[in-house]
Design a protein around this ligand. Structure first.
Ligand code: KIV
Ligand code: NA
Length: 279
């Protein structure tokens, strides 16, 4: 597959063809996302929850994100790679945001960074992009701020709230973001805002009127135990957890019964060498 660049993404957007984005958090999940032909692979800080078992994304450290970014980057050789700036490493000032973005590029080995926020983050987006680092914005529901939003809640459900999402989106575009994630926004609002913009919107829980879609890989492949909460917008395309459980249970049973390992899983020694060893 040809390497995806910002030019590829712009061309896809111009054609009106939806842009495909998926998260990954380690070598195998990066590999499979790349192999499936995802145009963009995002090392999202949602890995705090789905891969590290944290309650929300506020706990994950920049150093930890760098480790995950590097692991994905070793696997995903064709996709355009984005690394999330985790909470606490970019809000203080544009200089702090640029410093963190540089670390994500240099130590995380990805191509661009994502940060959450609208109007208030415009100076930071400008600072990072002016250093030659592409920025993916993130408006609507910004999970790093879930405490001040009163939880993981849909944004833009009133005219006033929808206007705030629009203003944020315009500010993020004006600041130079190459695209923006639009999370948990009513479909009609997301579609209207998408039409007003000249950069792509990557929707998650924002309907089919966005310029592309993103999902969390562990959610959409069903790699979680039964009963775990998943948001309304997640479509479970697979049942990886059940397949893993089946495989591991078979291994357990075959080990207990000595059906595993069979001769084909075993190394041999010549009869002569064995006889000499036993002497
Ligand atoms: O962290 C993440 O996975 C994200 C996407 C869901 C957009 O930010
Ligand atoms: Na994120």
């Amino acid at each position: 597959r040809k390497k995806v660049t910002l030019n590829t993404i712009r061309a896809t957007y111009k054609k009106g063809e939806p842009i495909t984005v998926l998260t990954a958090h380690d070598f195998p999940s990066g590999h499979v996302a790349d192999a499936a032909g995802m145009e963009i692979v995002l090392v999202g800080d949602s890995l705090a929850m789905v891969a590290m078992g944290m309650d929300d994304t506020s706990e994950v450290l920049l150093e930890e994100m760098l480790l995950h970014c590097r692991s994905v980057a070793r696997a995903a050789k064709s996709s355009f790679l984005v690394g999330d700036l985790p909470m606490g490493c970019y809000e203080i000032a544009p200089e702090q945001a640029l410093e963190s973005a540089i670390r994500v590029i240099k130590e995380g080995r990805v191509h661009s960074v994502k940060l959450e926020g609208g109007i208030e983050m415009a100076p930071s987006i400008k600072k990072i992009t002016s250093a030659g680092i592409p920025v993916l914005g993130h408006v609507g529901l910004t999970p790093q701020r879930q405490n001040s939003l009163g939880g993981f809640r849909v944004q833009g459900k009133t005219a006033a709230s929808a206007m705030r999402v629009l203003k944020d989106a315009l500010a993020v575009q004006e600041a130079g973001a190459f695209a923006m994630v639009m999370e948990a926004v009513p479909a009609e609002i997301a579609a209207l805002i998408t039409r007003k913009l000249s950069v792509p919107t990557i929707g998650i829980g924002a309907g089919s009127g966005c310029s592309g879609q993103v999902l969390v890989q562990i959610d959409m492949t069903g790699n979680f135990p039964p009963g775990r909460f998943i948001p309304k917008f997640v479509k479970k395309y697979g049942d990886v957890w059940s397949e893993s459980l089946r495989a591991i249970e078979s291994y357990k049973d075959e080990t207990k019964s000595r059906a595993y390992p069979a001769p084909e899983h075993t190394y041999q020694i010549s009869k002569e060498e064995l006889a000499e060893f036993e002497r």
